[in-house]
Ligand binder design. Structure first.
Ligand SMILES: [Zn+2]
Length: 375
C-alpha cells in the first residue's frame, strides 16, 4: 500500500448520521421475518455504511474531503422522477409508523420518508457542488439506496431513485446530457426504466447476470423509442473479478461515454460486487473498486471537465465494504491514507483474471456501443 499522501483534488463528501436511522426492521437476508424465518437484523441495515463512514473518520481521510451538508429533496425534485401518488404513498405510510415501498422487501419506519428525501437531496447537493465548481467530484454516502426504484414504486430496499432525481436536477441546471453508470452488482432496473425512452440520459449497468431482480438486465435491452441505444446492460457471469470488470470498463463503458459525451457523469456506486458479499457472487476487491473509480475519474476529466458524482447504493458485507469505499475515495481525491485492506489478498486469491466466457459477455455488450447516441 502506498504511504500517506494528501488530497490532490477537491472531493466532496456527503454523509449524515440520520441516513443510518432508516429503520428496515427485522428479516433474514432479503426476506421479512415471519413463519419459519426467525427474525434477525434486516440485511439492508446500517452496519456496512456506518463502518464505511467510521473508517473514513478513523483514518483521517474525512479531513481531506470537502464536507457537503445534505438538505432534503423537494417534492418537486422527487416528482420529476416518481409519480406524485408514489411519493405521497411513502409519506403516508411512514406517518403510520411502518410501510413497504412496494415489493414486500423494502420495509421502512416512521422517519424513513424524511430520511429518503434527505438521501435524494444529498445527491442533489453533491451535483450542485460539482456544477458550481466547489469540488471536482463528490461521493454521497446515502441510505436508503435508490437504483431499483422505478417511477411508480420502490423495489429491492430502494425508496426514491436518488441518482435519477439528481440527474433530472442536473438537467434543469443546464447539464443537458447526463450519463449514469451503475456498478452495483444488481441490475439498475429502476434507473433503466425511468430513462428508457430518453436519449439525453445514458444508462449503463454492470451487474451479475440475472441476479436481481431475477432475470433483469439482459444485454438485448437497449432502450425504447427515442431512447434506443441510450441504455447498455453488461451482464457479467457469476464469478467475475477485476479482470472482467476492467474489460467491461475498457471495451464498453469508456467507449460508450466517449461517444455520448456527457456534461456530467453519475455513478450508482453499489459495493456489493465485492468477493465476500452475501447477496451476490462476484469477486471484486478494494483495488478492483479503485480501478472502477479511476476509469470514472479519467472519463470525467476527458469528457466533462471532471464533473463526477457517486451515490452509494448496495453493499452488504459490513467488513469488506469500508475498505472498498475507502479505495474509491482515495482514487477520487488523490489522497493516500496508508490503510491496509486486510481482505485484499484473500479476495485476490479467488482468481481475478478475465476468463473466456466473461470476455464473451463483455464483447456482446460492446456490440451495442455503436448505437449510443452522439450529441
Ligand atoms: Zn445491489
Amino acid at each position: 500500500m502506498s504511504p500517506r499522501a494528501p488530497a490532490s483534488r477537491r472531493t466532496g463528501w456527503v454523509f449524515h448520521e440520520t441516513y443510518l436511522w432508516h429503520d428496515t426492521g427485522t428479516g433474514a437476508g432479503p426476506f421479512p421475518a415471519g413463519g419459519w424465518i426467525e427474525p434477525m437484523e434486516h440485511i439492508e441495515s446500517p452496519s456496512a455504511k456506518r463502518r464505511f463512514a467510521n473508517l473514513v473518520a478513523a483514518c483521517g481521510l474525512d479531513r481531506e474531503l470537502v464536507p457537503i451538508t445534505p438538505v432534503p429533496a423537494t417534492p418537486e425534485q422527487v416528482e420529476a422522477v416518481h409519480t406524485a401518488d408514489y411519493r405521497a404513498s411513502v409519506q403516508a405510510q411512514a406517518a403510520t409508523g411502518r410501510g413497504d415501498a412496494g415489493d414486500g422487501s423494502s420495509p421502512f419506519g416512521r422517519e424513513s420518508y424524511a430520511i429518503a428525501m434527505l438521501a435524494a437531496g444529498g445527491v442533489v447537493r453533491a451535483v450542485d457542488a460539482v456544477l458550481d465548481g466547489e469540488v471536482e467530484n463528490a461521493y454521497a454516502l446515502v441510505r436508503p439506496p435508490g437504483h431499483h426504484a422505478s417511477a411508480e414504486t420502490g423495489w429491492g430496499f430502494c425508496l426514491f431513485n436518488n441518482v435519477a432525481v439528481a440527474a433530472r436536477h442536473a438537467q434543469r441546471r443546464g447539464a443537458a446530457r447526463v450519463a449514469i453508470l451503475d456498478w452495483d452488482v444488481h441490475h439498475g432496473n429502476g434507473t433503466e426504466s425511468i430513462f428508457a425512452a430518453d436519449d439525453t440520459v445514458l444508462t449503463i449497468s454492470l451487474h451479475q447476470d440475472g441476479a436481481y431482480p431475477p432475470g433483469s438486465g439482459p444485454v438485448e435491452v437497449v432502450g425504447t423509442g427515442a431512447g434506443v441505444g441510450a441504455n447498455l446492460n453488461v451482464p457479467l457471469p457469476p464469478g467475475s473479478g477485476t479482470g472482467a470488470y476492467a474489460a467491461a470498463m475498457e471495451r464498453v463503458v469508456r467507449p460508450a461515454l466517449a461517444r455520448f459525451r456527457p456534461d456530467l457523469i453519475l455513478i450508482a456506486s453499489g459495493l456489493d460486487g465485492n468477493g465476500m458479499d452475501p447477496l451476490a457472487r462476484q469477486m471484486l476487491h478494494s483495488d478492483g473498486f479503485r480501478m472502477l473509480a479511476r476509469h470514472a475519474r479519467e472519463a470525467a476529466e476527458e469528457l466533462c471537465d471532471s464533473r463526477l458524482v457517486l451515490a452509494h447504493e448496495g453493499g452488504y458485507s459490513p467488513f469488506v465494504v469500508p475498505f472498498c469505499g475507502l479505495a474509491i475515495l482515495e482514487e477520487l481525491s488523490g489522497a493516500r491514507t496508508g490503510v491496509l485492506d486486510p481482505f485484499l489478498a484473500a479476495i485476490q486469491g479467488y482468481g481475478q483474471e478475465l476468463l473466456p466466457h466473461q470476455e464473451a459477455a463483455v464483447d456482446r455488450a460492446a456490440a451495442n456501443v455503436p448505437r449510443v447516441p452522439r450529441p
